[in-house]
Write a protein that binds this ligand. Sequence first.
Ligand code: HEC
Length: 115
Amino acid sequence: MTKIELSRSKLWYSVKLRNWTLAGYQLGQVKAGFKDVMRFYPMSPSDLANTDKIAAVIEKSIKAKDDKRFEESFAEMTTECNNCHKAAGRPFLQVGAPKVPNPYGDKMFEPETPR
Ligand code: HEC
């Protein structure tokens, strides 16, 4: 879960800095994270059917470089995260959109730039 949280927040910052290639990669990490969640905390399969749909919308928004659609679908995913936590009897595990300042000082989110 901590890994999915990190990837999801890196996804957010990549899009904020319009590094769409990195965003696509991080979304892949989030999707892999969901598979792990199911392995460790098996719940009803319908829980992740919706998550898959939302991930597909996020993917489209990244391909289209559409910030607004990205933010909307990211918010939907956040709701899914929190719903599952509620269903798992842990309603206090609330996640939201990451906030600035970016906690990953050692990670470059800007697209390739000459230094
Ligand atoms: C299929 C259900 C499910 C989904 C979907 C899910 N989680 Fe979780 N998550 C859990 C469970 C269960 C725990 C509690 C694990 C434990 O207590 O060992 C948890 C715990 C967490 C924690 C606390 C970990 C810690 O040790 O501090 C974070 C952060 C978290 N999830 C983030 C997310 C994010 C972000 C998403 C969505 C991108 C997400 N989760 C989606 C089931 C889920």
